[in-house]
Design a protein around this ligand. Structure first.
Ligand SMILES: [Zn+2]
Length: 173
């Protein structure tokens, strides 16, 4: 399993609700964890492996009991705002300061098909918002302040050259 890198156009896909947890889904999620650990990430969204389903995984601690699978996730409450640096496995070596909510209440389905509602704070809340953005076809560079985005232009061009896809068509709003 390979992690798609910017500017792969698939990263702009808005994913669809996952209707059924089949054995194929369970298998794929297992493989997503292996791929994420190999890349030393703390979160990975389906979009990043070319899958158009509303699924993301995360593990902030790196321990087996820290593994979380979120299917059809929705943020039902959020509070506080703070800016901090974040990176992305699809944007190797880039980091940007992004404003996120400090605390979110996330409703989703686990890999067992059970509904779950968990409160996430700080880094965990940041990861949740970052991964849900992926499921909406959005990368952290689309949330940069305009001046920061300008500063990152050269680095983005380097990635565009390295990963050879067409440069992105849209501009930040
Ligand atoms: Zn990411």
């Amino acid at each position: 399993m390979e992690i798609l890198k910017y500017p792969d156009p698939f990263l702009r896909t808005r994913t669809k609700k996952l209707e059924q947890i089949t054995n194929g889904v369970i298998e794929r999620v297992r493989e997503m964890f292996e791929t994420m650990y190999k890349a030393h990430g703390v979160g990975l969204a389906a979009t990043q492996i070319g899958w158009d389903a509303r699924v993301f995984i995360k593990n902030i601690t790196g321990k087996p009991e820290g593994e979380e699978v979120h299917i059809n996730p929705v943020i039902v409450e959020k509070s506080g705002d703070y800016a901090d640096e974040e990176g992305c496995l699809s944007l190797p070596s880039l980091r940007g300061k992004i404003e996120r909510s400090e605390e979110v209440l996330l409703r989703s389905m686990g890999i067992d098909g059970e509904a779950q509602e968990v409160r996430h704070k700080n880094l965990a809340a940041r990861a949740v918002q970052h991964e849900i953005d992926h499921l909406d076809g959005m990368l952290f560079i689309h949330r940069l302040r305009p001046a920061d985005r300008v500063l990152m232009r050269g680095a983005l061009r380097d990635l565009e050259r390295k990963y050879k896809a067409r440069p992105e068509q849209d501009s930040p709003s």
